[in-house]
Ligand binder design. Structure first.
Ligand SMILES: [Zn+2]
Length: 184
């Protein structure tokens, strides 16, 4: 079983990271398989798990992101994992190891974003908000296309309130878990 949106994983045996896309497929277990249909070895194989926050940090430090797009992917996921951690328990203190790595991670991620792309600009503005650079938020969101207006306005409202925290947004009756969850 592959948890949704898992793109990079860590081998439970040799502890190396790998991009799932590049892994050799040994076999596929059909969901209707009965015991004995596939080699026992396969059924005993460990499920691929989503990386933990620590593992994202480790992967970044190990150079698993070989180019800008892979690095960007890992940095976004590290950031989101910390956000999820905070969201699960807003009173929980962010562990010092993540808190230390986060500003550098966000700065590097911001540098990888393309200001000509409106969605990137929004993510860059979100990073600026979290870092407390509210003037930059205004600058980046000066001109956004109509379909991103709602996100931009919400972000601006948080920024003008000098709110740097993870925002939980209410849309009608529905809570959006996060503003900026585009795939890199
Ligand atoms: Zn291995």
């Amino acid at each position: 079983m592959l948890p949704m949106s898992t793109v990079v994983a860590k081998c439970p045996d040799c502890k190396r990271f790998y991009w799932i896309e590049e892994a050799d497929v040994v076999g596929v277990i059909p969901h209707y398989a009965k015991p004995g249909d596939v080699p026992l070895e396969w059924t005993l194989a460990e499920e691929i798990k989503r990386l933990t926050i620590d593992e994202y940090v480790e992967a970044l430090e190990a150079g698993v992101g070989r180019d800008a797009s892979e690095e960007r992917f890992l940095r976004v996921r590290f950031w989101w994992s910390v956000n999820d951690f905070v969201r699960r328990d807003p009173t929980a203190e962010i562990p010092a190891t993540y808190a230390q790595k986060l500003p550098e991670n966000l700065a590097r991620l911001s540098a990888l974003l393309d200001v000509r792309n409106p969605k990137d600009r929004l993510m860059k503005a979100e990073i600026a908000r979290v870092m407390g650079d509210f003037a930059q938020v205004e600058e980046l969101l000066e001109d956004v296309p109509e379909d991103l207006k709602w996100e931009a306005d919400t972000l601006l409202a948080h920024s003008r309130a000098k709110n740097r925290l993870v925002a939980k947004l209410k849309v009608g009756w529905e809570y959006k878990p996060s503003l900026f969850r585009w795939l890199p």
